[in-house]
Design a protein around this ligand. Structure first.
Ligand SMILES: Nc1ncnc2c1ncn2[C@@H]1O[C@H](COP(=O)(O)OP(=O)(O)O)[C@@H](O)[C@H]1O
Ligand SMILES: [Mg+2]
Length: 379
């Protein structure tokens, strides 16, 4: 329970701090024109606080904090901002720690897989695992991915090396032990079998994007070898899929070595927690009715809840208010729909417009939810 409890160590007294990028802005100069005369949209905030941050109004400060309080376009990286998912995380940790299983996390796009992996990475590092996170892409190959993983693991953990070995002092890694050219599963298994003094977690995110059937088969073989030989390396794989077999080839042969974990929509309490975390990090206060509306509109999608939370918060700061009201949520939906319009096909824009004209907000909500939850990609 020790590393799971760290998740909850945040106290409300802790003040949330956001990092400012320490870059100095060099204003671009044109020969004959004063910058202020050029009629262009402007950034609202100075990067790196060139103004020293002293002249920021409360609204500006809140707006800056809002960017980190709700992050619809990024996975959660700060453990304190990770809402809900306790049972799932506990099951995942138990599978890794107690059962020494490999894990496969699967679910829709935008449902929270990468956020979960970031939190898992941090918690595992705290428990002194060596963790290597990598994202797959189109054309990902076995050699490339696993050579990179090996290049990230110090020779310190190779059983043939003494801690005082000069190769370690010179930053030697497991990759130094690999032959040139394409790697086979057997070679990788042999290398990983030499690991001692640590446990390694290899995290492969976006596994669905790797389109090579051979790659998927090799990963399945590696999982089998690691399990059969009780090697101190475990894999955690995540990807968009509705079931396990869709994600991993040759499931039957590795079924008993892996824990499959579907990740689904969040329940209302979890969405509420997401909004409350955002409140805490931004200094805004969402009225109960506003939270209720976010819960209804987001349909359990953390992506949508995060998007609405951010837009609604911005709407409130535009009124110089610190209380977010149901009106701000309405403004957020309008704004979010505008964004969806930029992403969906013309045919669907017509459908959305029709739904608006007929006052058919239920349809609209569902369409917006499904399109936004999928980053506009299913429409
Ligand atoms: N447990 C969570 N707590 C707070 N926000 C979350 C959580 N899970 C996901 N999110 C938010 O939802 C969005 C999608 O999450 P992400 O992890 O990128 O999903 P996936 O990897 O499944 O596509 C991100 O904006 C992220 O900030
Ligand atoms: Mg992801």
């Amino acid at each position: 329970m020790s590393w799971i409890s760290k998740l909850f160590r945040r106290t409300d007294e802790q003040e949330y701090t956001y990092e400012e990028t320490p870059t100095v802005v060099q204003p671009a100069r044109r020969a004959h024109i004063d910058d202020s005369e050029v009629n262009l949209p402007r950034f609202k905030n100075m990067v790196g606080g060139v103004d020293g941050g002293h002249h920021k109004t409360d609204a500006e400060r809140v707006r800056a904090k809002l960017r980190d309080a709700f992050t619809p376009s990024h996975p959660v990286t700060d453990v304190r901002m990770f809402a809900g998912r306790e049972d799932l995380l506990l099951t995942l940790i138990r599978a890794i720690e107690d059962q020494r299983l490999h894990a496969v996390i699967y679910g829709d796009r935008g449902i929270g897989k990468t956020s979960m992996l970031h939190v898992l990475t941090q918690l595992a590092k705290e428990a002194q695992y060596t963790v290597r996170y990598t994202s797959c892409g189109v054309g990902t190959e076995f050699s490339e991915i696993f050579r990179a993983v090996a290049a990230d693991i110090s020779l310190l953990y190779h059983e043939d090396y003494d801690p005082t070995d000069p190769a370690i002092e010179h930053g030697g890694t497991l990759a130094d032990k690999l032959p040139e050219g394409r790697l086979s599963v057997a070679q990788m298994t042999d290398l990983l079998s030499k690991i001692h003094g640590t446990r390694i977690l290899i995290i492969l995110d976006e596994f669905d994007r790797a389109d090579s059937a051979q790659f998927r088969q090799q990963v399945a073989e590696l999982i089998k070898n690691l399990s059969d030989r009780s090697i101190a390396v475990q894999m955690v794989i995540a990807g968009v899929a509705s079931n396990l077999t869709e994600l991993i080839a040759h499931i039957p042969s590795i079924r008993r070595n892996i824990m499959g974990l579907p990740i689904d929509v969040m329940n209302p309490q979890e969405i509420e927690e997401l909004v409350k975390n955002g409140e805490w990090a931004s200094g805004l206060k969402f009225q109960p009715k506003a939270i209720e509306n976010i819960i209804k509109l987001s349909n359990g999608s953390p992506y949508l809840a995060s998007l609405l939370g951010q837009h609604a918060g911005l709407a409130a700061t535009q009124r110089d208010a610190v209380r977010v009201t149901p009106e701000d949520i309405k403004a957020a939906v309008r704004q979010a729909l505008e964004e969806v319009r930029l992403r969906i096909s013309p045919r669907h824009i017509v459908l959305v417009d029709k739904a608006v004209a007929n006052g058919n907000f239920e349809t609209l909500r569902d369409m917006a939810a499904s399109s936004m939850a999928n980053a506009g990609q299913i429409l």
